[in-house]
Design a protein around this ligand. Structure first.
Ligand SMILES: C[S@@+](CC[C@H](N)C(=O)[O-])C[C@H]1O[C@@H](n2cnc3c(N)ncnc32)[C@H](O)[C@@H]1O
Length: 225
């Protein structure tokens, strides 16, 4: 835990030593409420119920062998459970306790042991690393707007020095509203390049639930520390 005022939750309720929430706590409470509401109302166009086809492709193409892996912003656990089914030892972390409850149910239904934590990745508990592989679909492009260095610090603490990772983010060449937050190639290279070698960065299209009618353009970024 990170100390005074931490609001890491295993149960969905806030905890901490501070009598009054600080500025960061209010921001986190707003974010939690926003994501919980999206999962409660089904405003989750990324949540297809199937693993990300880009993740499946890259794990195969890059011959990523089963290892200790973490999914940042794991949502309802489709990708984490798929990785576990491939033999990875997986931890999934998400801010939304509703998403994490669904992820736990998904893992149980699949008969897979996956460790899920409800936590803010900008103020994480001990995540149980070091991890050799990480996956992030849609978390970096959100968190970079608040604190990209905090996001990178979390990854630095959680991963081993030669770890590889796959980050999927919205692409500023085709912004949509509503749609994923977007980032330019230059931003990705300069932000992620602070911690990682960028092995490749390419365009792809996000999977989308039926009925949304558009597959948003994204960046697929494969990195190594
Ligand atoms: C676009 S969704 C993607 C979910 C999942 N990666 C997937 O592809 O199905 C982004 C996720 O990031 C989570 N998230 C947002 N801010 C977070 C934070 N500060 N710490 C941890 N998770 C966060 C949200 O709750 C949400 O589940």
């Amino acid at each position: 835990m990170t100390g005074v005022g931490c609001i890491i939750r295993e149960t969905g309720s806030f905890c901490g030593d501070a009598a009054q929430p600080g500025e960061g706590d209010w921001q986190e409470m707003e974010d939690v409420a926003k994501w919980e509401e999206r999962y409660r109302t089904g405003d989750t166009p990324w949540d297809t119920g199937s693993p990300s086809s880009e993740l499946v492709r890259v794990v195969g193409e890059e011959h990523i062998e089963p290892c200790r892996a973490i999914e940042l912003g794991c949502g309802t656990g489709t990708n984490a459970v798929w990785l576990a089914q491939q033999g990875f030892e997986v931890t999934g972390v998400d801010l939304s306790s509703l998403a994490v409850d669904r992820a736990r149910s998904r893992a149980a239904a699949a008969g897979m042991g996956v460790r899920f934590l409800t936590a803010d990745l900008l103020r994480p508990p001990v995540l149980g690393g070091p991890f050799s592989f990480f996956f992030d679909r849609g978390c970096y492009h959100v968190l970079r707007r608040t604190d990209v260095n905090g996001y990178l610090r979390t990854l630095e603490d959680a991963t081993q020095p030669d770890a590889k990772g796959l980050i999927l983010a919205g692409n500023a060449r085709e912004p949509h509203d509503p749609g994923p937050p977007v980032v330019t190639e230059e931003e990705m290279r300069s932000e992620l390049g602070r911690l990682f070698d960028i092995i490749w960065l390419r365009e792809f299209r996000f999977d989308q639930v039926e009925g949304v009618g558009i597959r948003f353009l994204g960046w697929s970024c494969f990195v190594q520390r």
